[in-house]
Design a protein around this ligand. Structure first.
Ligand code: PLP
Length: 357
């Protein structure tokens, strides 16, 4: 059974509010860069409106493969696929890899889709508690792995906690996976949003990894539905076969624009988001005891008294929209705040939240 009650309750309430301050949105507030827009418009005018090959536009695939060879030192035993968003890539991976009864291990709190998609594929989600620091504890992850584990799913920078895994943490995770030659999916959709150091991928140290990166967050192309994934060739080939019988291909014009986007400098947008992260941490660390989020554009904030349900209700009554932790977790002690909004709205929202602490 798919259950979206937590998030639906919030958005039902939001519909009754006039001009709420929404700190609930999971997409950038900046727009798609002009060059990417121009490329898409040009692609339409040039008649590039037909299906692409199932695995994706050849030029985009070649660029992605070049980048992966350079970044991960990969050989030619890797497969590449352009998908309809990281969501599309996750759907393909889960349906390809999971048999009924298989277990999928991921850290809790987690991106909502992980547990739903695992169940949709007939598998069993195995969330591993990371409270209160949100660090991926190697011992706890190792304890969660059983004979039935099919996949280890990691997400750094993390939605909803903003945790960015260090290279030591990734090495520990890789060592655990290596013991069983366990396949790792690394959801790297927030790779552009790392504020306190460079981004690290587990693909640099562990070969049995499928990397997924998107254009939704890095280039604000959420509605364009395009992402890439890459990993062991036999698996990517199976996912491609499933794409042929499901999504068919990612949107053709979005793929053209994605190729342009890959060459763009987004450092101004990244710096603006670092400033927003700092605003959030400066306001909420004292009153709420917030752990510093190092990446993505979310903070996962302890609710006063560990009661997210009543705090979120209070916040909404004060016109600020945040999401209760239970949407992302088995616990409901925190709330998720997205700072992907204007500095003015964010400042106002933080002032109100602080007054409720
Ligand atoms: N993975 C994570 C961790 C996300 O937060 C999101 C979107 O919120 C996605 C994947 C899906 O992104 P896409 O728009 O590429 O499907």
């Amino acid at each position: 059974m798919l259950d979206s009650s937590g998030i639906r309750k919030v958005f039902d309430l939001a519909a009754t509010m006039t001009d709420p301050i929404s700190l609930a949105i999971g997409q950038p507030d900046f727009d798609v860069p002009q060059q990417a827009k121009d490329r898409a418009i040009e692609a339409i005018r040039l008649g590039r409106n037909k299906y692409t090959q199932t695995q994706g536009n050849a030029d985009l695939l070649a660029e992605v493969a070049d980048r992966c060879r350079e970044e991960f030192n990969w050989e030619d035993d890797r497969g590449y696929l352009i998908a309809s968003g990281v969501s599309g890539a996750l759907v393909l991976a889960m349906l390809t890899l999971i048999d009924p009864g298989d277990e999928v291990v991921f850290t809790d709190p987690y991106f909502v889709m992980y547990s739903h998609l695992t169940r949709l594929a007939g598998g069993t989600p195995v969330p591993v508690d990371t409270y209160p620091s949100f660090r991926p504890d190697a011992g706890r992850i190792a304890d969660a792995i059983t004979d039935k584990t099919r996949l280890l799913l990691i997400n750094s920078p993390c939605n909803p906690t903003g945790a960015v895994y260090t290279s030591e943490e990734l090495a520990d995770i890789a060592a655990i996976a290596a013991k069983r030659d366990l396949l790792v999916i690394s959801d790297e959709i927030y790779d552009h949003f790392c504020y306190d150091g460079p981004f690290n991928s587990i693909a640099n140290i562990y070969d049995n990894t499928i990397v997924m990166r998107g254009f939704s967050k890095s280039y604000a192309m959420t509605g364009w539905r395009v992402a890439w994934c890459a990993g062991p060739k036999p698996i990517i080939e199976k996912m491609t076969m499933l794409q042929q019988y499901s999504f068919v291909c990612a949107p053709s014009i979005a793929q053209d624009a994605a190729l342009t986007a890959l060459g763009l400098d987004m450092s101004a947008q990244q710096s603006a988001y670092k400033k927003k992260r700092d605003m959030v941490f400066d306001s909420l660390s004292g009153p709420f005891g917030l752990v510093k989020p190092e990446g993505a554009f979310y903070a996962f904030v302890p609710a006063p008294g560990g009661d997210a349900e009543s705090f979120v209700a209070k916040a909404i009554a004060s016109n600020v929209l945040v999401i209760p932790g239970e949407v992302f977790s088995r616990s409901n002690t925190h709330f998720r705040l997205s700072y992907a909004t204007s500095d003015e709205k964010l400042a106002k929202g933080l002032e109100i939240l602080t007054s409720l602490a």
